[in-house]
Design a protein around this ligand. Structure first.
Ligand code: F6P
Length: 548
């Protein structure tokens, strides 16, 4: 028998519950009125990021109680256990050491009695040599032409990080290279991504930790067919295909020379792997130095997380604030709203990071949680979202905590009228949105504008909608690394509080297994014995009839 989930019985939880009942309705207007310095006080900085958390529905007492909860749930000890290489991924018996991927040369991180940092740098150095030779045009394709197109084939953690970071850091990319990312098993993805590419100038990176993932294997094999249709010789594969994987045997079987394989380790989770060799496509785009800058940013945030007292620790603050809304206000989602076009894929990346990590309802001790865990993560870059879904955030019936992300400087300065720039317009929207969400507009203020009283309620904004604002100087590889690590550790803090394993993903297995069973049923010549429920049987029959 597993022990029942203990979280809600902890003194800190009970104190937060009572505190919420007593103060949860307090309006941000009153909190700001009572403390004119609130905005100057409630902020924290680390690794080049500035966090304003004053527009959250918290008092000093709330923060103390939330940090007590972090302490009572052992967040610090759990963090130290992770960083020390303990096997905290208990359902898979693995250490969780993505932080070792960005440890500086010369650092020591022990796993099973072995310092893994030299291994990490050995792979990074090989990646750098390879990336350098492709970027310089020294690595030639089978017909002697330099490789100008890079196609990364992978899915989930073997795709989302590189795509997001490539988009984010395009400004720093070698523009003569064309990068494409193929993930979906839908053949349209591959077909459209290679349609205008010359196979003679194309490098395919097959990125898969396990090298067994259905989507990636199907895409890799079709990409091989596409290449061979043009080049007509198996020997071409070695010049045009490389692999990123932990599974050398499967890479060899696929026909990729294992000399052209870049490895990583079972202590790197898929969704935490973009700073391992999974980032090879990104390194090809931004170069080895840019990639090392990214790693330095990750490491800076790791150090901030490791050493900063909880009161000023960015991932801890963001983590406990998320718990406050998720578990006490009943908020179900979090919106990620980057005000930078380069971060267009950031919320999609965070969806896997957060939801695959904390979408769990069984505690580490095996009990069913009697409290909510990971929120739904969603969002898209401002200002587009303002003209789509912000209406609901401002005036709908749901409480949606939002993270606004903005920069002091743009990488594409562009003037508008009056000495102002596009960037001024963009940032004015960041500040206006968080102000409007916090303070709203009262009925009195609407009526004072002479609005017809019958229409006035439609124009009232209740406000009291909480936001974090994250700011940085400008979007560099280093800042991007820090930003990603911030969210990685925020997810960790929340998983630690909820007493769940943030590092497995059994929830994706059942669908994979059933799809594996259905695949042959779709293609078999005879009517197969369909042993599903009546709905699934009927759907399969419908498809088989049309497919024939
Ligand atoms: O979605 C499940 C998952 O296992 C992810 O965790 C992982 O990022 C993805 O599949 C891809 O796995 P692989 O890198 O082994 O192909």
């Amino acid at each position: 028998m597993s022990k029942p989930a203990a979280l809600t019985h902890l003194p800190a939880w009970q104190a937060l519950k009572a505190h919420f009942e007593a103060t949860g309705h307090t309006h941000l207007r009153d909190l700001f009125a009572a403390d004119p310095q609130r905005g100057e006080r409630l902020n924290a900085q680390g690794a080049g990021l500035y966090l304003d958390y004053s527009k959250h529905r918290v008092t000093d007492e709330t923060l103390t109680l939330l940090l007590n909860l972090a302490r009572e749930t052992g967040v610090e000890a759990k963090r130290d256990a992770m960083l020390a290489g303990e096997k905290i991924n208990v359902t898979e018996g693995r250490a969780v050491l993505h932080t070792a991927l960005r440890a500086p040369r010369g650092a020591t991180v022990m796993v099973d009695g072995r310092n893994v940092v030299p291994d990490v740098h050995e792979v990074l150095d090989r990646m750098a040599t390879f990336a350098g030779s492709v970027r310089d045009g020294q690595w030639l394709g089978f017909t002697g032409r330099p490789l100008r197109n890079i196609v990364n084939i992978g899915i989930g953690g073997s795709d989302l990080g590189p795509v997001m970071a490539y988009e984010a850091l395009k400004h720093y990319a070698q523009r003569g290279l064309t990068l494409r990312f193929v993930s979906n098993v839908d053949g349209t993805d591959l077909a459209e991504k290679v349609r205008d590419l010359n196979p003679e100038e194309t490098l395919v990176i097959v990125s898969s930790k396990t090298f067994t993932t259905q989507e990636t294997m199907a895409n890799a094999s079709s990409a091989r067919t596409w290449l061979l249709a043009a080049l007509g010789d198996e020997a071409a594969v070695a010049r045009h295909f490389v692999a990123v994987s932990t599974n050398a045997e499967a890479v060899g079987k696929f026909g990729i020379d294992t000399a052209n394989m870049f490895g990583f380790w079972d202590w790197v989770g898929g969704r935490y792997s973009m700073d391992s060799a999974i980032g090879l496509s990104l390194m090809l785009a931004i170069g080895p130095d840019g990639f090392r800058e990214l790693l330095a940013g990750f490491h800076e945030m790791d150090e901030h997380f490791r050493t900063t007292p909880l009161e000023a620790n960015l991932p801890v603050l963001m983590g406990v604030l998320g718990v406050w809304y998720n578990n006490f206000f009943g908020a179900e989602t979090v919106a990620i709203l980057p005000y930078d076009q380069y971060l267009s894929h950031f919320s999609a990346y965070l969806q896997q990071l957060d939801m695959e990590s904390n979408g769990k309802h069984i505690t580490l001790g095996g009990a069913v949680t009697d409290y909510q865990t990971g929120p739904v993560i969603w969002g898209q870059p401002g200002t587009n979202g303002q003209h789509a879904f912000y209406q609901l955030i401002h005036q709908g019936t749901k409480l949606i905590p939002c993270d606004f992300i903005g920069f002091a400087h743009t990488l594409n300065p562009m003037p508008v009228q009056g000495g102002l720039t596009h960037h001024d317009l963009l940032m004015a929207n960041v500040f206006a949105q968080t102000e409007a969400l916090a303070f709203g507009k009262t009925l009195d203020a609407v009526l004072a504008e002479g609005i017809d009283p019958a229409l006035a309620p439609h124009r009232v904004f209740d406000g009291n909608r909480p936001t974090s604002t994250l700011l940085a100087d400008h979007l560099t590889p280093r800042i991007l690394g820090a930003l990603i690590a911030l969210y990685e550790h925020k997810v960790f803090v929340q998983g630690a509080i909820w007493d769940i394993n943030s590092f497995d993903q059994w929830g994706v297995e059942l669908g994979k297994v059933l799809a594996g069973k259905i695949v042959p049923e779709l293609g078999s010549a005879e009517e197969p014995q369909l042993a599903h429920d009546s709905s699934t049987n009927t759907l399969i029959r419908w498809y088989r009839e049309k497919r024939a």
